[in-house]
Write a protein that binds this ligand. Sequence first.
Ligand SMILES: NC(=O)c1ccc[n+]([C@@H]2O[C@H](COP(=O)([O-])OP(=O)(O)OC[C@H]3O[C@@H](n4cnc5c(N)ncnc54)[C@H](O)[C@@H]3O)[C@@H](O)[C@H]2O)c1
Length: 393
Amino acid sequence: MKTRIGIAVLGLGWMGQAHSRSMLRIPSLFPQRSFDPVLVVCADTEAERRERAVSDFGFQRAVEDWREAINSPDVDAVWVTAPNMLHVPMIEAATAAGKAVFSEKPIGGRPEQAVTAFDAATKAGVTTGVGYNYLWAPLVMHARNMISSGVLGDITHYRGRFLSMYGSDEMGLLTWRFLLDQGGYGATSDILSHSVSIAQYLVGDITEVVGMRNTTIPERPLPTGAASHYGRGKPEDPKGAVENEDFASMLCTFANGATGTFESSRTMVGPESQNAFEVYGTKGALAWNLEKLNELQYYELTDSPNSGYTTIYGGDRFPMHGAYAPGQANAIGFEDLVANEDFSFLDALTTKKSYSPGFREAVDVVSVQQALINSWESRTWEPVIDLAGGNRG
Ligand SMILES: NC(=O)c1ccc[n+]([C@@H]2O[C@H](COP(=O)([O-])OP(=O)(O)OC[C@H]3O[C@@H](n4cnc5c(N)ncnc54)[C@H](O)[C@@H]3O)[C@@H](O)[C@H]2O)c1
């Protein structure tokens, strides 16, 4: 007998749809599961999305008011997939109602908001998850296993970057991602957060940072009506100021003594979604790039004249890959990582195992972000101070 887990999804945009599709696929992908997710209710302010929730995704019902969805007695777990400024109120309501909460990253958009969410969940004692989905890429999990088993020797240097073109069109509308009170910070909240979460997962704590920022497209056309972040304006449209950074970079030191460099941009032209890392150790190196999700580059230090990077292709010998395709080099995709995280979160709920990354790990990420923000002001190295004051939840 499987445990029934009633699900509410708050916001049926890109990520709300990705998570909802994951719930639908979990039974066929993971037959060994001990639970069945049930899409009970979707909340969205747009009528067309509510209609799709019921007709295309099979939600039992769709509502306009997200509070009504959270407070439904047949809902056990809440997925927060609305824009950043709604994360904290939704999380506060869900945790107060005693529901487990999975929130998309970065949680809020300003560091203190992730801390508020962590405090609310800790007080309520509910299980939390945060959508750092790249930690669920089979080859990223394999990279972590390689590093922790010592295959690379001592880690000496880490390079992380997330260079995306989603904001590179200067006619792209001034939607929530570009406004401080809606998206929070810019590239650091939206995409550098992914890079930092991967670095912490692979190499460990970051202790100090120094960095810079830039806003390369300082104003954008104002949206009219409901506009997604893909909307485009015209040169003659009225414009408003971009309130957060398009670009951020930093140098850092890890607790284990390794050095690190990070870059993130949402406006560079060229790299379409280059979420990538390189890890260098005394015995070898690894490199991975989301643009080639199914390939891990491995360099082994050897006396052989045939040294050089080799490509490890994804396959069912790596964690969770076999749910999607048997054998080797049969590729998986972006939404498969989302299914991996959703399955693992629901599995943790039913088996009472701990789940990571949760809100605590989200605080680890924003603690680094806060040090970087401090460095923008002070123009010097800044220590990373745990914003949760050592409380691990
Ligand atoms: N993990 C990832 O790879 C990843 C990728 C993209 C976005 N995200 C995160 O997911 C979140 C959502 O981003 P997105 O790109 O899916 O946004 P989106 O704009 O595509 O979707 C947001 C949805 O929320 C709905 N919404 C807005 N206000 C609402 C309200 N008051 N009540 C209910 N619904 C409301 C909108 O109508 C829309 O359907 C963000 O926090 C973002 O950082 C994560």
